[in-house]
Design a binder for this molecule. Sequence first.
Ligand code: RP5
Length: 164
Amino acid sequence: MTGSAIRVGIIMGSQSDWPTMKEAADILDELGIAHEVRIVSAHRTPDRLWSYGKEAAGRGLKAIIAGAGGAAHLPGMMASKTRVPVIGVPVQTRALSGVDSLYSIVQMPRGFPVATMAIGAAGAANAGLMAAAILANEDASLAERLDAWREALSASIPDAPERD
Ligand code: RP5
C-alpha cells in the first residue's frame, strides 16, 4: 500500500529479506495501514540509511519496521538517527539460524532502544501488529480493527486438539 499518508516504513537490508518482511506488510495491508517498503542497508547503502532516518519524523512516519540478517546493524543504526520508534526483525540466516541477527539487534546500548521481535516470519508479522498497536493509541478506527483482528484470531483457536 502506498499513498500520501504513509504512516509506517518497512525497511530491509536486502531483497533476500523480502519473503520474511512481507509478513509485516501483509498485516499492515490487512489492517488498512498505509506503508512503504524500501531496501536500506546499513553496510551497502549507508547514505540511504542516513537520509531515511533523518527525514522519517518530518515525513510523518509513526513507526519503522527494520529487518536484517547476519550482522544486522540496520535497526540499531536507524534508531540512532531518528526518534521514530524502530521495531527490529531478526531475519533467519542459514549459517547461524538467525541467532546472529537476534543478538545484533537486541543488545542495544542504553539510550537508543529497538523493540526487537522474534526471529523470522512470526517476528515480522508481530512487527506489523506492534506498529498497528502504536498507531491505534491515536486512531480509534484502527483500534477497532486491531481489536477485531485479535478477536478473530482467538476465535480461530479450537478448544481442544484433534486426536487421531
Ligand atoms: C543483510 O545481509 C541483509 O539484511 C540480509 O539478511 C543478509 C544477506 O543479504 P544478501 O547477501 O542476501 O543480499 O544485510
